[in-house]
Design a protein around this ligand. Structure first.
Ligand code: ADP
Ligand code: TRP
Length: 336
């Protein structure tokens, strides 16, 4: 697949819950935008989800659902490889090798790990600790340069650069490129939670997240309950963070004229937040409707989704096998 000299890109999403606006704008929308001009490998990070011990039926259902959503958002299996991580057996082999050069101190210092130690003290497993190693391997198994992710994954991608540099230095080779995070926007995306507290995330309550599968009425209800206040009293004053969030969401789905209109009203102190939220809700519904319809269509044709995943796995395995052969050679194993 990488024979056409295009830059290689890799990214994945864990099948741990329903996909929301943050996943879409931080990750999947960029995958879709990249598929024409990059050699893209986009996968469902199902090995990663084992850290939370899902049962088999749940894992299968959620993994299929992520693939389906990738397709509904516009990924074209003729242009990229779309696969399940667990179908690429070279990944665990390279993971084992990279674990030998990953140190306890640096893994324990990683922010997501520290947060998990706090939030789930009864399940601090070794997979959680070495999560950044597996994520590095996901990326470098295809020798990727660019990794489309949201802001929250920046530290993980930084760590993958450290691991790559260490491997290249240790073996005195210039084999793996150092991957960089990527977004089409100027900065990595950070879509806010609807309650104004931190980022939108599937680990937060339902009403704080807009899911790609939400019905128009669910979207309207969630947006209408976003916090607001009685409005500015001084012209041109700074927006409080929870109001800025409403405008930030508008910037994703509304026209420039609409945004300008409400900004002017805000600056002139005659804004009505009910109207602002209604407009945002309608623009959000219009934006997400085609995706939701596509999700429904594809849900009725699961065998098609599995067929696509099978083809994607073949493409991903071919690229991964080449990398593994090279790495085994570099570290002194024999390839029979
Ligand atoms: P969650 O935080 O809901 O568990 P994941 O960790 O599965 O989501 O994230 C999958 C992808 O979506 C990653 O690339 C991540 O950076 C991106 N992402 C998740 N939440 C957001 C958000 N609120 N804003 C921007 N990108 C996000
Ligand atoms: N860690 C990412 C997340 O939680 C998912 C992921 C796993 C990933 N491997 C990756 C993202 C490789 C980009 C590249 O969202």
């Amino acid at each position: 697949m990488a024979s056409d000299n295009k830059v290689i890109t890799v990214s994945g999403v864990r099948p741990t819950g329903r996909q929301h606006l943050g996943n879409y704008f931080g990750a999947v929308k960029n995958f879709v935008g990249m598929q024409d001009s990059y050699t893209g490998y986009f996968f469902v990070a199902d090995y990663h989800s084992l850290t939370t011990h899902p049962n088999a039926a749940d894992l299968r259902e959620k993994s299929k659902n992520i693939a389906l959503i990738y397709l509904a958002c516009g990924l074209d299996p003729d242009k990229c490889a779309l696969y399940l991580q667990s179908d690429v057996q070279q990944i665990p082999e390279l993971y084992l090798i990279f674990n030998m050069h990953a140190y306890l101190g640096e893994l324990e210092r990683e922010a997501t790990f520290k947060e998990k130690v706090r939030s789930q003290p009864n399940n601090v497993n070794a997979g959680l600790l070495t999560y950044p190693v597996l994520m590095t391997v996901d990326i470098i198994i295809h020798k990727a340069h660019k990794v489309p992710v949201g802001k929250d994954q920046q530290q993980h991608v930084e760590m993958s650069r450290d691991f790559v540099r260490r491997f290249n230095n240790f073996y005195g080779v210039n084999y793996f490129p150092e991957p960089v995070p990527f977004s089409f926007s100027d900065t990595l995306m950070n879509i806010p939670s609807l309650d104004g507290e931190g980022k939108m995330s599937k680990s937060k309550p339902e009403y704080t997240c807009i899911y790609l599968e939400d019905t128009p009425d669910q979207i309207r209800k969630k947006i209408m309950r976003m916090p607001s206040d009685s409005g500015p009293t001084e012209p041109n004053s700074a927006k409080p963070p929870f109001i800025q969030n409403i405008f930030d969401l508008m910037a994703l789905v509304s026209s420039t004229e609409t945004i300008q209109h409400f900004n002017d009203q805000y600056n002139q102190c005659n804004i009505r937040y009910g109207d602002l939220k209604k407009q945002l809700a309608e623009d959000m519904v219009a934006y997400l409707s085609p995706i939701r319809q596509k999700i429904e269509e594809l849900s009725a044709n699961e065998s098609k989704v599995y067929e696509i995943l099978g083809d994607g796995a073949s493409k991903a395995r071919a690229s991964a096998a080449q990398t593994l052969r090279d790495v085994r050679e570099i570290i002194g194993f024999k390839n029979f």
